[in-house]
Ligand binder design. Structure first.
Ligand SMILES: NC(=O)c1ccc[n+]([C@@H]2O[C@H](COP(=O)([O-])OP(=O)(O)OC[C@H]3O[C@@H](n4cnc5c(N)ncnc54)[C@H](OP(=O)(O)O)[C@@H]3O)[C@@H](O)[C@H]2O)c1
Length: 339
């Protein structure tokens, strides 16, 4: 099978395409023929060995995928060959085949394209758990989303609007802000061209109810300052590369609550809420009320370019690796850039 391989830690460009043997089927596992995979920011960090877990090299990067079950280990009944499934792994998804624990696979509902299923993973789940169970957002509340054009941010915009909030999107380019508006944001702010603290004060004179922050860095404090008394700030990630240090007197003065969300620990410590939220999220997709926005798609041969695209903060919504698409040579946007 063809697979993207990280031979040693470094920038995205270390990743190259190789021909590998099909992954062996371990006990309780299923082997899935991958149709599409999606990039998450941590994929970049894992390749650089800057993630919270170190994966020994060489390895096949890639953490979320959708495809068709090819084979199952003896005794596996959760899925069978031919089933359309999606799943998440730490690594291994940027390949034509991946072997995973069969019990962790999710069936893709009929009528949902496998590329949509691949893009509908960690970003949407993160945004939904953060809004629904952590911020406990209510209809009519004012929600501010930082990094609103990125994977988690755009999902938070879409889901915040679906849950009845009025959404202010904060993102660094017109393209990202337009995407956020199309996903339900009522107001758009670009922190590169405006003073964010002042702009939020003008936009929300009574203050925001909730802030969702997947970016951190210099944006976190002005966003926290925009909260009304008793507002909630949910820290989700630090795509800026900087973990913000917040003056606690702001929290004191605002009676504010700072909350954190981390996927694995939430699933472990709040399993009932996790399962309920995942079921609700899937219903929203099946009912056609939400859908992931795929801003760019790359063939398997271009995983390095796709990781670079995400590392540079260019992603709008989700970035897909279209593994089943063997013919497309390069992402059109990259061809434009190389002219
Ligand atoms: N807590 C969890 O369980 C969980 C789950 C999933 C993801 N995360 C984390 O959430 C963060 C966002 O993930 P994502 O998938 O939404 O990423 P993404 O699609 O790449 O979006 C990240 C956004 O961050 C902003 N940004 C600012 N400085 C950046 C920089 N130096 N490099 C890249 N982006 C930069 C960009 O928005 P602007 O251009 O508007 O500034 C970008 O759109 C990551 O840190 C990820 O690890 C956490």
């Amino acid at each position: 099978m063809r697979a993207a391989v990280c031979p040693g830690y470094g920038p995205p460009e270390v990743v190259g395409l190789e021909e590998l043997a099909s992954p062996e089927l371990g006990a309780a596992q299923a082997r899935v023929r991958v149709h599409a995979a999606a990039i998450n920011f941590p994929d970049v960090l894992i390749v650089a060995d800057r993630y919270q877990l170190t994966v020994p090299t060489p390895f096949v990067p890639g953490s979320e995928f959708a495809g068709v079950v090819e084979a199952v280990a003896e005794g596996v009944t959760a899925v069978a060959p031919g089933d359309r499934v999606s799943g998440t792994v730490l690594v291994g998804a940027f390949a034509e085949e991946v072997a995973v624990d069969a019990g962790a696979l999710r069936r893709v509902p009929e009528g949902i394209d496998l590329r949509v299923a691949a893009a509908f993973g960690v970003a949407h789940s993160t945004a939904y758990h953060a809004l629904r169970s952590v911020a406990r957002i209510q209809p009519g509340e004012e929600l501010v989303v930082l990094g609103a054009g990125g994977g988690v941010g755009l999902a938070a915009v879409q889901l915040g609007a679906a849950l009845g909030a009025t959404v202010t999107a904060v993102a660094s380019s017109q393209e990202k802000l337009d995407a956020a508006a199309a996903q339900g944001a009522t107001h758009r702010l670009n922190p590169r061209s405006t003073d964010l603290r002042q702009a939020l004060r003008e936009r929300l004179p009574d203050g925001a109810d909730v802030v969702v922050d997947p970016v951190g860095g210099a944006l976190a404090e002005p966003a926290l300052r925009s909260l009304r008394w008793g507002g909630r700030f949910v820290t989700v990630g630090y795509a800026s590369g900087e973990i913000p240090k917040i003056p606690l007197n702001l929290v004191l003065l605002k009676g504010a609550t700072i909350l954190g969300f981390e996927f694995r620990s939430f699933a472990e410590h709040a399993p009932e809420a996790f399962r309920r939220n995942e079921a609700e999220l899937l219903s929203l997709l099946v009912e056609g009320r939400i859908a992931p926005y795929v801003g760019a798609s790359f063939p398997l041969a271009d995983v390095a370019a796709a990781l670079r695209y995400v590392a540079d903060g260019k992603a709008v919504g989700k970035v897909l690796i279209d593994v089943a698409d063997r013919d497309r040579r390069r992402h059109p946007m990259l061809e434009d850039e190389s002219r």
